[in-house]
Design a protein. Structure first.
Length: 436
């Protein structure tokens, strides 16, 4: 069987295996981000609008600058009756991963060869951060499908197609589309001027560029706030991002230094460009973005090391480090908690049912920074600071609110275990504000 067919078969099998290993993927929605995007899509249908300028479920009408493409897909498929929105999200969580591996394989096979593409797919599929983010019904998962297509169309000299996929990037997710365009722009400036009509790409992608510039600079954040976010990241996110991606990153750096003359400059720019994500306020997303370029570079180095004669080959130590990375990339990845338990466990579900049945009208809930699931399932409004709100809903163990709140309902605890040593414990309670 030729290597291409083996690679396709591997992608199918590893995708099916992922559902067996994490059956929760096919039975429950994961991560509060999923419910945020479902909520936005639900509001688009309710308000009959393609754009939401504010979050209507908050009392302060906070601005909503998220690009709409992913929400449009959810809305269109729901309106045409293919699947209810929740089931559609589950379907996306199953197909995004193999599609991301497939587009990645196509790019790698074109940049190098099919054997390198196959080895790179194996490495990437064993890297938990990429696995985790592409197994969620979120725009970032869709982004990992589009990014290889942008690079592939650019390398093939397809300016209009490159512009179209770049437009999808800008319409789907925040800020990372600028990074991909920057990488292509630098490569074009030094290697493809006169061979690639960059203006065509920019013109086609310009509506997405304008939309993001408008939403970030004029609508949500002043320009100085955008740049101030560079380097403004959580020390916890930064440390976990480095721990979860450290092995892959270090092997990639070693391979770059040793085999840089044989590596496509675009691939080098892609690998180094991901560092911008690491040192921005989105450090937790760095590991998943690092995975694809690092896997290609490591696959190239592995094939060269296996061919070495007359000297010690580093191929087997690299394979051993990759095996260790399977574990470290899982336990340290900042978003690994998404796979600890169901997006809605039985205790949480019963609490939402009680709230919906017993609290008539639209009340205001103090929920801290999130609350998307509560809004989605109860149709209540939320406030994100302690200055208001009639009720307080918490799932934090040992949580004790400030004076002024009285416990009216203890829904109970939910505990789940994953990977032996890790445990998630949630204690669902509802408080009411005491009016003196």
């Amino acid at each position: 069987m030729e290597i291409g067919k083996i690679a396709y078969l591997y992608i199918i099998l590893v995708s099916l295996l992922s559902i067996i290993i994490f059956p929760i993927i096919s039975t429950s929605l994961l991560d509060h981000d999923v419910f945020f995007h479902l909520l936005v899509s639900k509001e688009m249908i309710k308000e009959k609008t393609p754009f939401l300028l504010h979050e209507p479920w908050t009392t302060t009408l906070e601005t909503l600058s998220y690009p709409p493409l992913f929400h449009w897909v959810l809305v269109l498929f729901s309106l045409f009756g293919f699947l209810p929105m929740e089931n559609l999200a589950l379907f996306f969580q199953i197909i995004f991963y193999p599609l991301a591996l497939l587009t990645f394989y196509q790019l790698t096979s074109y940049m190098e060869d099919r054997k390198t593409g196959f080895i790179a797919v194996i490495i990437l599929s064993l890297y938990f951060p990429f696995f985790a983010r592409t197994h969620l019904a979120i725009p970032e998962a869709l982004q990992h499908i589009f990014i290889p297509l942008v690079f592939l169309s650019y390398l093939k000299g397809r300016e209009k197609l490159c512009g179209l996929f770049s437009l999808f990037l800008f319409l789907n997710h925040n800020l990372d589309a600028f990074l991909i365009l920057l990488i292509i722009g630098i490569h074009w400036l030094f290697y493809k001027r006169g061979k690639f009509a960059m203006l065509n790409t920019l013109l086609i992608s310009s509506p997405g560029i304008i939309l993001q510039l408008y939403s970030h600079f004029s609508f949500t954040d002043p320009i100085e706030n955008i740049f101030s976010k560079l380097g403004n990241t959580s020390s916890i996110d930064l440390s976990l991002a480095l721990l979860s991606s450290g092995i892959l990153f270090l092997i990639g750096v070693w391979a770059l230094l040793k085999y840089r003359k044989g590596i496509n400059p675009l691939l080098i720019l892609w690998f180094l460009g991901t560092l911008i994500i690491l040192f921005s306020y989105r450090a937790a997303r760095f590991p998943a973005y690092l995975g694809p370029p690092a896997s290609i570079i490591i696959a190239m180095a592995l094939l060269k090391e296996f061919k070495t004669e007359g000297r010690f080959s580093l191929a087997f130590p690299i394979v051993g480090l990759i095996a260790i990375s399977i574990y470290t990339s899982a336990i340290f990845f900042p978003f690994c908690y998404d796979f600890y338990g169901p997006g809605i466990n039985e205790v949480e579900e019963s609490s939402y049912q009680w709230i919906k049945s017993n609290l008539t009208g639209r009340s205001i809930f103090f929920v801290g920074s999130h609350g998307y699931k509560l809004v989605y399932f109860t149709d209540q409004k939320v406030i994100r600071d302690g200055g208001g709100g009639e009720y307080l809903f918490s799932n934090l163990p040992h949580y004790s609110p400030d004076e002024g709140w009285r416990l009216i309902r203890d829904f109970g605890e939910y505990r789940t275990r994953r990977w032996g040593i890790y445990q998630v414990w949630e204690d669902y309670k509802l408080y009411v504000r005491v009016i003196e």
